[in-house]
Design a protein. Structure first.
Length: 260
């Protein structure tokens, strides 16, 4: 069985077939789906979905870096009020994104620092979004992180050197459909990840793997990612699913998986 460690199944992209989509994932063996929050506009939908599928969908709570604007303090306050809700498995997703816009870099850094502190205070893992921002992310973790901080670099696309630095923290590495893309250099890096530090994710509805590239992504497609990664490690998909699901269970303190 598999764990999709990062998937936005509560978004409007699934409004027409959400239940059918989740049942497709369950039939494909994806029995746990972790839901990272984006901002104050997504919390209600996320918690509603988690409540409907409590043994399969697990909520996180955080403020996504691309949602950090002038009103970031209000957003943080709204997110913080949700932190005492039951069954939150992580702080995230958070981090720094300089791909789209660098206007709010200072604000993103402040928001990231705040969420690092939440993770430490609540003893929860941190789910890090790093896009065109590894130097800034590493500086923040070096400055504000502690040995007790744990988490995952979600949607990892860094170099071998950046992987080495990421692994120097108590963090796992999340790999998604990018590894299946024809010209992706990620395949060369993935094989250097220790298996006990590896997670699988879809980041649905984004970044659909081959052969679905360009279409809406969904959690059932995790098996395509698992197939590619299993080849890199010379493992069967079943072995890879067992390893990565065990890793996710340990990091996020999840309930044991059961056949559905």
């Amino acid at each position: 069985m598999y764990t999709d460690s990062h998937t936005h199944l509560y978004l409007d992209a699934f409004a027409g077939d959400r239940d059918q989509m989740i049942h497709r994932a369950l039939r494909n063996g994806v029995s746990r789906m972790l839901l990272p929050n984006i901002d104050s506009t997504t919390t209600r939908a996320m918690f509603s979905l988690a409540a409907r599928y409590p043994t399969h969908c697990y909520p996180m709570m955080g403020l996504h870096p691309t949602s950090v604007k002038e009103n970031y303090r209000d957003e943080l306050h709204t997110i913080e009020k949700q932190l005492d809700r039951d069954h939150i498995v992580a702080i995230g997703e958070t981090g720094i994104d300089l791909y789209w816009d660098q206007t709010y870099l200072n604000e993103q850094q402040e928001v990231f620092k705040t969420q690092i502190q939440w993770a430490l205070e609540l003893d929860l893992p941190l789910v890090v979004h790093a896009r065109e921002s590894f130097p800034e992310i590493f500086r923040a973790l070096d400055k504000w992180g502690e040995k007790a901080l744990r988490g995952v670099f979600h949607s990892f696309t860094g170099s071998s050197d950046e992987l080495g630095k990421a692994l120097s923290y108590n963090f796992m590495i999340g790999i998604n459909g990018i590894v299946t893309f024809k010209n992706s250099r990620l395949k060369e890096v993935v094989g250097k990840i220790p298996p006990d530090r590896l997670l699988l994710e879809t980041d649905a509805p984004f970044l659909a793997p081959v052969p679905y590239r360009g279409k809406r992504n969904e959690s059932s497609y995790l098996v395509e990612i698992a197939g590619q990664v299993a080849k890199i490690f010379n493992l069967s998909q079943e072995e890879l699913g067992t390893i990565t699901s065990r890793n996710a269970g340990q990091l996020f303190s999840l309930q044991p998986q059961h056949e559905t």
